[in-house]
Design a protein around this ligand. Structure first.
Ligand code: PHE
Length: 352
């Protein structure tokens, strides 16, 4: 009996290994484990085994059955994988493909790129100065006396107490105007008193203020222009801003400079642009016909001096606006909560 079982087992295992497809394998399975399969019959035959050997033979039959079952499973698995591989090999190249999801640059980055291209056309160079900065560059050198109340308008994040006797504490830049001082110092150092000083800077950077609500995000961007040279006047400022507004918003738009106050410019202005819908007449959208864009002015002589530039020889103008605001005004976007811009919500971002 034992011998007979071993023969059945070997026969089964070799047939299983030879089975080249699932159908043949199924047939082999039936031949051994089916209702009248060889192993099933052997198990039934156990009644003819002398009582004393029955337990031993019974166990043997079960072991053989188990190893045959395992071999069938293994072979089945192998055949299935082979079939999949074959399928993969025979890809129908005429089938339409599955398009992987593709993203696009963030709408603020898009606005920044567009703004940069517009200013580069008229000779501005984009620079980037620290966003974690000494108080001195962001305030003192911009003509804010120590403890001057005007500093409060900038809702600044201070990261340290006073750490430097001259430069004060370290802050997160609440505006990009620190770039004015940095750029003047860089150019003055480069020229070392040889040639004339000539600056056309565009500083685009992240700015931070302690404000977070539907119309403010704690982090936003600014683009800061600074032009320094001989005989630079308001005419140049107005011409440059007019060129920017017409290039970015459209030829039919007009600007106006409204008197304002900044510590670092004199005179100072806020730049308004006429409403794209009523072109300045006044409508439901804009109310008075004009929309506010940001600050600008003629660089204060003290600021030139802090930057190492002689105000008796040179003059300059500067402006600072938000690309987020420009982008929203251009697209007529009414985002009810500005924080959405930086929330990384795909439902929002994929709309653009
Ligand atoms: N720094 C000013 C602000 O954050 C803008 C500005 C820049 C004004 C340059 C005048 C000149 O509001």
């Amino acid at each position: 009996m034992e011998e007979q079982l071993m023969t059945i087992k070997n026969e089964a295992l070799s047939l299983i290994l030879d089975a080249g497809d699932i159908k043949t394998l199924e047939e082999v399975k039936l031949q051994f484990l089916g209702r009248s399969g060889k192993l099933t019959l052997a198990l039934k035959d156990i009644v003819n085994v002398p009582l004393l050997q029955r337990a031993e033979i019974g166990q043997l039959i079960n072991e053989v059955k188990q190893s045959v079952e395992e071999a069938i499973d293994r072979q089945g698995e192998m055949l299935k994988n082979k079939r999949l591989e074959k399928k993969r090999e025979s890809i129908d190249v005429t089938n339409p493909g599955i398009k992987p999801p593709s993203g696009h640059i963030h709408l603020v980055t898009h606005a920044i790129n567009e703004i940069t291209a517009i200013f580069e056309k008229i000779g501005f160079t984009r620079v980037r100065y620290p966003e974690v900065e000494w108080d001195w560059y962001a305030f003192t050198a911009l003509n804010f006396p120590e403890n001057h109340p005007a500093r409060d308008d900038w809702e600044t994040f201070f990261t340290t107490e006073d750490v430097d006797s001259k430069k004060g504490s370290i802050i997160l830049t609440p505006h990009t105007s620190n770039g004015q001082i940095r750029e003047m110092q860089r150019v003055v150092k480069e020229q070392k008193g040889k040639g004339d000083i000539s600056i056309r800077m565009l500083n685009i950077a992240k700015t931070y203020r302690r404000q977070s609500d539907v119309s403010h995000t704690q982090m936003f961007h600014q683009f800061e222009g600074l032009v320094v040279g001989k005989d630079i006047s308001i005419v140049h400022l107005k011409g440059t801003l007019d060129y920017f507004v017409k290039s970015f918003f459209g030829e039919n738009r007009e600007i106006r400079l409204r008197p304002y106050h900044f510590q670092f410019t004199e005179p100072s202005f806020e730049l308004d642009i006429n409403c794209g819908v009523c072109l300045g007449k006044g409508c439901k959208l804009c109310k008075a016909g004009w929309l506010e864009l940001g600050g600008a002015g003629i660089v204060h002589p003290n600021v030139l001096t802090f930057g190492g530039v002689d105000p008796k020889i040179y003059s300059g103008f500067a402006f600072g606006f938000g690309p987020e605001r420009c982008m929203m005004m251009k697209e007529g976007l009414e985002i009810d909560d500005l924080r959405l811009l930086y929330s990384n919500k795909l439902e929002f971002l994929t709309q653009f």
